[in-house]
Design a protein around this ligand. Structure first.
Ligand SMILES: C=CC1=C(C)c2cc3[nH]c(cc4nc(cc5[nH]c(cc1n2)c(C)c5CCC(=O)O)C(CCC(=O)O)=C4C)c(C)c3C=C
Ligand SMILES: [Fe+2]
Ligand SMILES: [Fe+2]
Length: 324
């Protein structure tokens, strides 16, 4: 029997092509039209999105993107490309493609490239460590939509998430140790995850459990006692109730409780992006200092760190050596 030809498809969210109001509008329009992200009836959502959210949010958010934009582009894209290149170097005989759920490079073109390279089994690795219907399932849907257009679809190994993978926990523990060594041990270590509507969790999305699993495993690996760390949710959107406790509200209250030195890590973001570099590193730092905190450090995402690439390598190898 012919040996199967494997290919790897790394997927992340996507990001605007430029830090301009029109590019942000195009990006948000695609992202926020996905029913996996906002599941409100289209009859209600379409006029709200097009009449209110896009015109008001796009220019405001474009300014925020300008403040974090790198010479090579949007941070999320820059780090995702570096992750792809590093994993490709580690797996020289297997094509590794990057696809974005929204914007460029489109998932569709990444799948086409793998198809053209003769791949008959795709290892699909969404770079969201904790499963959520709004992210990992959205990737699965998008891949299935493209498969629906193909006559000959490849086999698919879908990595649902890796919230508790030992190599992921080890990489996070290492980066926290490095930060402690560099800046001193803080009074509190805060694990901040992107939020989702509470309703999604009530309806069965196990995202909060997956976030807790990561947090517990890292705290155990570091031997942190319960009063030295906390877990919160950031990046709220819209009027609905989102998962609590909120990162910003928590941070504002910490100095009054005696926390003067705070370090924040965002383990749900595999690459630094607007939500970490601006919302946490700039905005939430300000909230903490204004409330009386004295020392604040944001611990960078794992990005293209060697231990992160090692995790991707192990995840891929586990799929390749799995009995079919
Ligand atoms: C409207 C609902 C949203 C849900 C649900 C949501 C879930 C979710 N998102 C991420 C990761 C990222 N989100 C990012 C930006 C971002 N997220 C939303 C909305 C929802 N996210 C918006 C509107 C935006 C754009 C910025 C803004 O307008 O505030 C990013 C950063 C992208 C970048 O270009 O830097 C990431 C990454 C996760 C992991 C998640 C659910 C678990
Ligand atoms: Fe988001
Ligand atoms: Fe945000």
């Amino acid at each position: 029997m012919r040996q199967e030809k494997f290919g790897v498809l790394l997927v992340n969210l996507g990001t605007p092509e430029a830090p301009t109001s029109s590019a942000v509008k195009r990006y948000l329009a695609e992202f926020l039209s996905d029913k996996r992200v906002v599941d409100v009836s289209r009859l209600i959502w379409w006029p709200v999105l097009n009449g209110i959210i896009l015109p008001i949010r796009s220019p405001r958010v474009a300014k925020l993107y300008q403040s974090v934009w790198m010479d090579e582009g949007s941070p999320l894209m820059v780090y995702s490309r570096r992750q792809q290149a590093a994993l490709q170097a580690r797996l020289p005989n297997i094509p590794v493609e990057l696809g974005m759920s929204y914007g460029q490079p489109a998932l569709k073109s990444a799948i086409d490239k793998l198809h053209d390279a003769g791949v008959d089994r795709i290892i699909l690795l969404p770079l969201y460590p904790q499963y959520s219907c709004s992210t990992n399932a959205a990737v699965f849907d998008a891949v299935a939509r493209h498969f629906a257009q193909m006559r000959r679809i490849p086999s698919l190994n879908f990595i649902r998430d890796y919230a508790e993978h030992p190599a992921y926990i080890a990489a996070l523990a290492q980066t926290i140790k490095t930060s402690f060594a560099q800046h001193g041990e803080p009074d509190m270590l805060l694990f901040s995850f992107h939020g989702i509507p509470q309703r999604y969790a009530d309806q069965g999305d196990d995202y909060p459990q997956r976030c807790r699993a990561t947090t517990r495993a890292v705290a155990d690996a570091l031997g942190l006692s319960a009063e030295r760390y906390m877990m919160t949710y950031q990046s709220r959107f819209g009027r609905e109730q989102w998962l609590t406790p909120f990162t910003d509200k928590t941070i504002e209250q910490l100095p009054a409780k005696g926390v003067k030195h705070l370090q924040v890590i965002c383990p749900g973001f595999s690459a630094d992006c607007l939500e970490t570099l601006e919302e946490i590193k700039v905005q939430n730092k300000e909230f903490f200092i204004e409330a009386g905190g004295t020392q604040f450090e944001y611990i960078p995402a794992l990005n293209d760190d060697a231990l992160h690439v090692e995790l991707f390598y192990q995840l891929v190898m586990e799929q390749m050596t799995r009995p079919a």
